[in-house]
Design a protein around this ligand. Structure first.
Ligand code: FAD
Ligand code: 3HM
Length: 372
């Protein structure tokens, strides 16, 4: 019998774990290297649309994800106190959007990758790769593989070591992400996802997101230039001034939260030889469509499918990029337009341009979701 093909993956984030589970389920042996000493997710909450849920289903992680996630009945936009958009979601014939803590999603994906047979190594930092199929670690180890996957996030060392040029863009705004509890904010409208915007006395925004039985995720957008509102720990005064109805949650944040400016990375190619670049390392995008992880997971699964369908890794990488990249490029472009224009403040309807990725049936994930 031929030996199983082997993959070395840098990064146990959503892209690396999805690639690991997808490849193991197709008979590969897989080792994932995580630089951090622990397997954990950074950031606070996350939105996963149908496309991402389908990928999770194909990886055997959907039931676990569904179990601790929140399915809000409506998505609203309220600007300067006025409701500009109100859309029922998650019901029959409505779009499906689950919200959850990042830790919850990450734990379900770790479980799925391990159940499929992946080896996950912590405290193992990748510093580069060779196109012939070698992953280089910080301790000097060089590991050979049929495919190397750089899933090491937006500051990817694997990508940079290959000399793939990057187009990077920054924006006027950034987001403080915090996770707090839902005490006093449960039931009725407090179960909705609510995009609160305020223009006076300054432009601020809070994407209020129930993310589990007791978890509340708030994505708090402030211009990079607004040093007072973008400070960490969160300075509650400017926020409570704009959003007095959220004072109970805003006044108990303590030193939680991190601020990240929006940014975009674009590469001329997603691979070099036997090395594939997957997830934020290849295509970081502003979070305005909540599709960064969705695209990362779709592309990770799509890569495993392409490797199954072709004779050589090089052929698979060409097929993969040709098949998956147009949707990611579109999503990244649209997310960037929305970030630059702040059009969400005017109650933008979720239209085809915005929901193309959400509505897409990802390669390898055409099984319907079992939601009984
Ligand atoms: P990461 O999640 O960054 O994972 C990379 C992993 O690699 C990490 O575990 C890291 O520790 C590890 N690593 C890094 N360097 C090395 C190294 N040298 N060696 C080994 N390991 C390494 N997307 C959505 O789909 N829905 C949302 O609601 C959403 N909201 C967002 C909100 C904000 C404010 C932001 C900034 C992003 C948001 N995103 C969202 C995007 C999403 O977070 C990313 O697209 C996603 O995390 C990308 O996954 P990844 O695995 O490629 O990278
Ligand atoms: C989920 C999500 N969606 C949109 C934004 C945004 O527009 O900055 C941030 C998010 O975490």
């Amino acid at each position: 019998m031929a030996r199983a093909r082997h993959a070395e993956i840098a990064g146990a984030g959503f892209a690396g774990l999805a690639a690991a589970a997808a490849l193991c389920r197709r008979g590969w042996t897989v080792r994932v290297h995580e630089a951090d000493r622990e397997l954990r997710a950074f950031g606070a909450g996350i939105f996963i649309w149908s496309n991402g849920l389908r990928v999770l289903n194909a990886l055997g992680a959907y039931a676990d994800v569904r179990a601790g996630a929140f399915a809000a009945p409506a998505y609203e936009t309220r600007t300067d106190g006025e409701t500009l958009a109100f859309e029922p979601i998650n019901g029959p014939n409505r779009y499906r959007l689950l919200t959850m803590t990042r830790q919850h999603l990450h734990a379900a994906m770790v479980k799925a990758a391990r159940a499929a047979g992946a080896e996950l190594v912590t405290g193992s930092e990748a510093v580069g790769a060779a196109p012939e199929g070698e992953l280089h670690l910080a301790d000097g180890t060089r590991l050979e593989a049929d495919i190397v996957i750089g899933a090491d996030g937006v500051r990817s060392k694997v990508r940079d070591s290959l000399g793939i040029p990057q187009e990077r863009r920054k924006y006027q705004d950034g987001i403080i992400r915090v996770l707090t509890d839902r005490t006093g904010l449960k039931g009725g409208e407090w179960d909705h996802v609510i995009d609160f915007w305020c223009h006076r006395p300054r432009t601020l925004r809070i994407l209020y997101t129930p993310s589990g039985e007791n978890d509340l995720y708030m994505a708090m957008m402030a211009p990079v230039a607004d040093k007072e509102a973008s400070a960490i720990p969160v300075n509650p005064a400017p926020w409570i001034d704009c959003f007095p109805q959220l004072a109970p949650a805003l006044s108990r944040l303590g030193d939680r939260g991190r601020y990240d400016a929006y940014e975009t990375t674009r590469l001329p190619t997603w691979s070099a030889g036997r090395v594939a670049i997957v997830g934020d390392s290849a295509h970081a995008m502003p979070p305005t469509l909540a599709q960064g992880a969705g695209c990362a997971m779709m592309n990770a699964l799509g890569l495993a499918v392409a490797l199954d369908e072709t004779h050589t890794v090089e052929e698979a990488l060409r097929l993969w990029e040709a098949r998956e990249r147009p949707l990611t490029d579109h999503t990244q472009r649209r997310a960037a337009e929305i970030a630059a224009s702040r059009v969400l403040a005017s109650g933008m309807k979720w239209d085809d341009e915005g929901l193309r990725a959400a509505r897409h049936v990802p390669t390898g994930a055409d099984m319907p979701l079992d939601d009984r």
